[in-house]
Design a protein around this ligand. Structure first.
Ligand code: CAA
Ligand code: NAD
Length: 292
């Protein structure tokens, strides 16, 4: 069950990071998008991240060239046919993911492992769109993937133990620290993180503090690297909104319900850093301005 070649579905915030760390670890890596324009955008963010590592001396100029040579982009499922593992990081939507998995299952080799980077969807619900229920897992990376050390490895009731072991080994080979968890919406980290982020929005709605002060409070009072609104803009408000709806649907608990302000920002297309505006105005990326 050796992993020699890696496929990635989606080259957005997460897929680009996952492709980057796989290629950096030495794996020939192919990443699929729906359109060339999205591939180009994702590859540009990989290039930017590698430049930061090269400037710092974390990688040499030669290594940078080799990493880029190991990375290929495509818009065709067939190009993933010889991958030993395919990590999916497409939009957080069950219907879209099931459709994508069914198409991938038809072309991928029978032994290939499928791993979803979902934040909140139930792995079992995606796995049933394929014929490989023993070789389907969750591999949940964290944003920004090139820097964050954790990967949650998620087994379902049908995942073969050898597949879990292989995924743990593979995550370690990417320089990450894997932890095992089970197929519950949000796994370990988002079970705790998402109610906290949503509560920050509720605190803002109730006038407890403004964006700048709530962010300062959690950074300086608790030593968090980013305040909740900076993190919400970083994760993407659209993605957070999808996650909240999925987790609320699963647990039926108010703490997972999306606050009205989050819904309105997403409806207006204010999706955070990636769209230039969310809780902050990001038109000058080096100096985001709080809006609420
Ligand atoms: N690639 C390469 N280098 C990068 C980078 C990237 N993508 N992003 C930042 N860096 C580098 C910077 O160049 C900088 O380098 P120097 O120290 O040499 O200057 C260094 O990393 C630190 O960056 P910054 O000074 O810009 O900012 P920072 O000190 O705040 O660190 C951070 C950045 C590591 C992202 C830190 O802010 C952090 O840990 N934030 C919290 C992130 C977090 O909580 N992520 C989880 C989100 S939730 C999730 O992912 C799950 C889900 O399902 C939604
Ligand atoms: P994103 O919107 O930045 O990127 C998603 C990409 O998937 C888009 O570029 C889109 O064009 C592409 N896509 C959609 N359908 C596709 C298909 N059929 N084939 C190939 N590409 C397709 O989203 P993201 O933030 O990268 O999130 C992706 C996944 O990772 C989601 O499941 C999300 O919950 C999860 N996740 C996100 C974060 C985060 O902080 N944003 C952290 C961990 C996990």
């Amino acid at each position: 069950m050796a992993i020699n070649k890696v496929g990635v579905l989606g080259c957005g915030l997460m897929g680009s990071g996952i492709a980057q760390v796989a290629a950096t670890a030495g794996y020939p890596t192919i990443v699929k998008e729906v359109e060339d324009a999205f591939l180009k955008k994702g590859m540009a963010s990989i290039d930017k991240s590698l430049s930061r590592f090269a400037e710092k001396g974390t990688i040499t100029a030669d290594q940078r060239t080799q990493i880029i040579e190991r990375l290929k982009g495509t818009t065709k499922f067939e190009d993933l046919a010889d991958c030993d593992i395919v990590i999916e990081a497409i939009t957080e939507n069950l219907g879209v993911k099931r459709e994508t998995y069914a198409a991938l299952d038809a072309v991928a080799k029978p032994g290939a492992i499928f791993a979803s980077n979902t934040s909140s969807l139930v792995i079992t619900e995606m796995m049933t769109a394929t014929r490989r229920v023993d070789r389907f897992i969750g591999m949940h990376f964290f944003n920004p993937v090139p820097l964050m050390k954790l990967v949650e490895v998620v087994g379902t009731i049908t995942t073969a133990p050898a597949v879990m072991d292989e995924a743990m080994k593979f995550a370690s080979s990417l320089g990450k620290v894997p932890i095992r968890t089970t197929d519950r919406s949000g796994f370990i980290v988002n079970r705790l993180l998402v109610p906290y982020l949503l509560d920050a929005i509720r605190a803002l709605e109730e006038g407890v503090g403004n964006v700048e002060d709530i962010d300062k409070g959690m950074k300086l009072g608790c030593g968090y690297p980013m305040g909740p609104f900076t993190l919400l803009d970083f994760v993407g408000l659209d993605t957070t909104y999808y996650i909240a709806n999925i987790m609320f649907d699963e647990f039926r608990e108010k703490r997972f319900a999306p606050p009205p302000l989050l819904k309105r920002l997403v409806l207006a297309g204010h999706n955070g850093k990636k769209s230039g505006r969310g809780f902050y105005d990001h038109s000058d990326p080096a100096n985001p301005k709080p809006l609420y």
